[in-house]
Design a protein around this ligand. Structure first.
Ligand code: NAI
Length: 343
């Protein structure tokens, strides 16, 4: 009998390739999981469901409480709301947590990654400009509403401070554009200051998004925990992923009071899907966040250490990291590296 029953959404594109790799690594770490596999995204439509986020997916997560998710695409122009936005809203997964740390030995194709980065983006996941409220005012004029509520602002900032406390971090920075969005970002900042007063032992500061973009490009090592609204968080997460070596590396967690779904920052990568060359690291590290969440800290540590060792060695890594290994070869190297670590 397995130790846990959890939901697995393989997702689209490279999703099934990286979820299979992740399942293998978790099993090799000695955590036995009975995966309840459900389908979302284009895969759900291909399997005959009439919507990309079938109710069965939500039911499975409500039952199991925790899920691991591959990336899902949403067909454009067919009137479907984004699978990811809808999933986060339906399960009230309000905190998107994305720890971004440098890796030793990364040789990114595009640029030389920064060393010493160790920051965490805490992104509000349920409102802001991604509330999905848009309409045409008159021909040629579209209005998209940014919703900011006191309730959602308070709980996301509290989540950032609680995360900071439990992970032994030192500073929370609230990111905003209050000078332009005086009311909405003004409300967010007012609430952030109130929450900060409850945590006098954690440093708190504020930075406008444009100023942050400039400062982080100069020195990302100067940042710790960054809390921000949905759209800012989406953009900043990808930017920070690029700073440590690319989207193939950075994990994520979507957390609510009742449920949690773990997924990489990256999408379904249609350009490399089916070729067996996707980097499995981001989903493997997302699974480490999941294992910590369910109390399997030791297994999470061993998997992360083994993954970092393989990346540092550099000879069994995928193309995005400058190597020529397949997803399977890199996964096998991680499993072998884990065998050399204390149990
Ligand atoms: P993407 O993240 O899928 O790809 C961007 C670039 O990064 C591509 O060149 C891709 O090959 C590369 N890349 C991404 N992950 C990689 C990995 N693990 N290993 C090696 N290279 C990797 O972003 P894009 O192209 O904007 O989106 C493609 C689809 O994914 C869209 O349908 C989008 O809606 C969906 N998406 C889903 C997300 C989710 O389920 N959480 C998040 C982001 C996008």
């Amino acid at each position: 009998m397995a130790d846990y029953r959890l939901t697995l959404i393989p997702g689209d594109g490279i999703g099934p390739e990286v979820t299979e790799a992740t399942q293998r690594v978790i099993a090799a770490a000695g955590v036995s999981i009975d995966w309840e596999e459900v389908y979302a995204g284009q895969t759900a439509l291909d399997k005959g469901f009439d919507v990309p986020l079938p109710e069965v997916v939500l039911e499975s997560i409500r039952k199991n409480r925790v899920g691991l998710k591959g990336p899902c695409g949403t067909p454009i122009g067919k009137g479907f709301t984004s699978v990811n936005v809808r999933l986060r809203q339906a399960l009230d997964l309000y905190a998107c947590v994305r720890p971004t740390r440098s890796f030793l030995g990364v040789r990114s194709r595009a640029a030389r990654p920064f060393e010493g980065v160790d920051l965490v983006i805490v992104r509000e996941n349920t409102e802001g400009l991604y509330s999905g409220i848009e309409h045409q005012v008159v021909d040629g004029v579209i209005e998209t509403l940014k919703i900011v509520t006191e309730r959602a602002s308070r709980r996301i900032v509290k989540h950032a401070f609680e995360y900071c406390r439990s992970e032994g971090r030192r500073r929370v920075t609230a990111i905003h554009k209050q000078r332009v969005m005086k009311l909405s970002d003004g409300l967010f900042l007012r609430v952030a200051r109130e929450v900060a007063e409850e945590y006098p032992f954690i440093a708190y500061d504020e930075m406008s998004i444009d100023n942050m973009a400039m400062k982080i490009a100069l020195d990302p090592t100067a940042f710790d925990v960054l809390v921000m609204e949905n759209l800012f968080g989406d953009v900043v997460s990808d930017m920070c992923a690029g700073m440590v070596g690319g989207l193939g590396l950075v994990p994520g967690a979507n957390i609510g009071d009742r449920y949690a779904v773990f997924e990489a920052v990256h999408g379904s990568a249609p350009d490399i899907a089916g070729k067996g060359i996707a980097n499995p690291t981001a989903l493997i590290l997302s699974a480490c966040l999941m294992l910590k969440h369910i109390g399997e800290r030791r297994a999470a540590w061993r998997i992360e250490m083994a993954t970092r060792k393989v990346i540092e060695a550099g000879d069994r890594v995928t193309g995005d990291l400058g190597g020529s290994a397949t997803t399977r070869e890199m996964t096998e190297a991680i499993i072998v590296a884990m065998e050399g670590l204390p149990k």
